[in-house]
Design a binder for this molecule. Structure first.
Ligand code: UDP
Ligand code: MG
Length: 160
């Protein structure tokens, strides 16, 4: 099983889309291991978006992300990183296909509703960046045995 970080961004909070987005991940079968609202400070956003620091939209991105609180979540599932990225869709809202979260709820390059980790390695780094260990809960959900087949969970012991 993998874990991944999702941030429901300030545009989605302002547009009352939090429930919609959470509902999609829950209905897919992903497990919410952690969830909180937080006003993200520029220092942590600068670290989070360091790979974009030379882009012309970088300063605006930091301002946008720190304007009002975001919702942060840790989601767990088999191949959760790619499952969630597929659900989120490509970066630019106008280009994201219908059926994806960005495709259904965004027409913007910046205000694109959610952030999702793009690799297992980055997911680990990002979860540690935004969550303390004690904020992440490990428990077996009641419907777990109905979400995956036995061979995907008990018999298949590979990492994913
Ligand atoms: N972004 C932007 N303008 C652009 C491209 C990206 O403001 O032309 C913002 C957008 O909010 C995006 C974030 O920068 O989600 C991070 O960009 P990245 O390339 O990592 O895309 P993502 O992984 O979010 O799809
Ligand atoms: Mg990214």
């Amino acid at each position: 099983m993998q874990q991944t970080l999702v941030i429901i961004k300030p545009d989605a909070v302002n547009r009352c889309l939090v429930g919609e987005v959470v509902k999609r991940f829950e209905k897919k079968g992903l497990q919410i291991k952690a969830m909180k609202m937080e006003m993200l400070q520029p220092y942590i956003l600068k670290e989070h978006y360091a790979h974009l620091k030379d882009k012309e939209f970088y300063e605006e991105l930091i301002k946008f992300m720190s304007k009002i609180p975001s919702i942060l979540m840790v989601l767990k599932g088999k191949e959760a990183v790619s499952v969630v990225r597929k659900m989120v869709g490509p970066t630019k809202g106008r280009e994201a296909p219908p059926g994806t979260i960005r495709g259904d709820y965004s027409v913007s390059n910046q205000s694109n509703v959610v952030h999702a980790s793009d690799s297992e390695e980055n997911a680990k780094i990002e979860i540690e960046r935004f969550f303390k260990k004690e904020e992440i809960y490990d428990f077996k959900k009641m419907n777990f045995d109905w979400i995956y087949s036995r061979d995907e969970t008990y018999i298949d012991k590979t990492k994913k």
